[in-house]
Design a protein. Sequence first.
Length: 391
Amino acid sequence: MRTQVGIVGAGPAGLTLALLLQQQGIESIVLERRDRDYVEGRVRAGLLEQNTVDLMRALGVAERLDERGLVHDGVYLRWQGQTQHIPMTELTGRSITIYGQQQVVRDLIDACNERGIPVRFEVDEVAVHDLEGEPRITYRDEGGEQSIECDLIAGCDGFHGICRPSIPDGVLTEHEYVYPFGWLGILAEAAPTTDELIYAWHERGFALYSMRSPQISRLYLQVPAEESIEDWPDERIWEELQLRLGVEGWSVGQGPIFEKGITPMRSFVAEPMQYGNLYLAGDSAHIVPPTGAKGLNLAANDVRLLAAAIAERYRSGDIGLLERYSETALRRVWRAQDFSNYMTQLLHRFDDGDAFQARLQLSRLEQLRRSEAAARNLAENYVGLPASDDF
Ligand code: RFL
Ligand code: PHB
């Protein structure tokens, strides 16, 4: 088999890349280890920056997103019984949209199917070879051993994928910070009792009130990193959410919980995001803590830049954009790392509630209330700085 671009991983990065390439007349094959139901069922992110929504529209895959996405013009910060609204759109002219990653992935897979892009699910033993020369991908499916020759490989196989570890030792610099806590996340059949997301600072730890639809709430609690989900029966989750998010005369809307899990939190960047003819995109190259809601949006931005660079190579033979792909993508990656770290440091309980750190956090929250410049800085990063050729 032969194709122009071999894509490993059918998450948001791999699928979006395949569609972007096809728009430029470039062929690709997407290889995915899991089955389609598993990929579409994974509950993850839910907040799309305007840049990501624009990209989905440009790809012609935003019909359901435009119909069902919840457009938000601000968020609330809550601490010690007070609530501060950050009017994102007023401060930046941009908005965010709540639309589940599960829905994004389903829409992307449907579009690949309709447009005849091959996405092979349930392939085993994927391996990449000859990255410095004419690259090849091998894998096993029900027909036995398979091999695909290609011009370029896109490693869109997430943090635990095989592409990044296939780069020879000594090439990558890996930066990593693992936080001493995780997020327990739930989906509940409960109408949200808030119009915008609420990020709450609390002595007992951080909590976030998000949503998926007018009937479905998505909520998160900071928990210790080693926490087991068995220790969190539904009643305990609701009790803790009410304690951390509740204010006088108002409470979190409750309903049956139909999904719950704990996600560890880390910051990670591997650089450069390329080696020979292998290009990394999305979680395979970087992980951010979810407090800034950047993971999915960074994946979308990486492949926007990568697709443009690949298209330029085929159109004119100029490989300048490809050579600069990593440098360009990393500008936004590091901006998002800093912002995600800032949001995490601002809102989480660290070091057993160290009183000095807590006072610093409260002072920063107070500054967001008093200073429009501080609020605007948060808003600009949160909604995402506008996409361009070099950012
Ligand atoms: P993905 O979505 O992980 O997709 C990678 C795909 O590659 C497949 N794969 C392989 N395929 C073939 N061969 C192999 N050897 C393979 N190894 C792996 C995988 O099965 C998968 O289908 O990465 P991508 O496309 O870069 O997209 C990135 C986003 O998914 C990610 O940044 C966000 O979901 C991060 N994230 C969150 N971000 C937020 O902004 N808000 C959140 O609330 C939030 N929650 C989460 C998250 C990530 C999580 N993970 C990765 C553990 C919750 C979780 C549980
Ligand atoms: C979500 O809705 O899942 C979500 C929203 C905002 C975040 C993280 C997750 O910062």
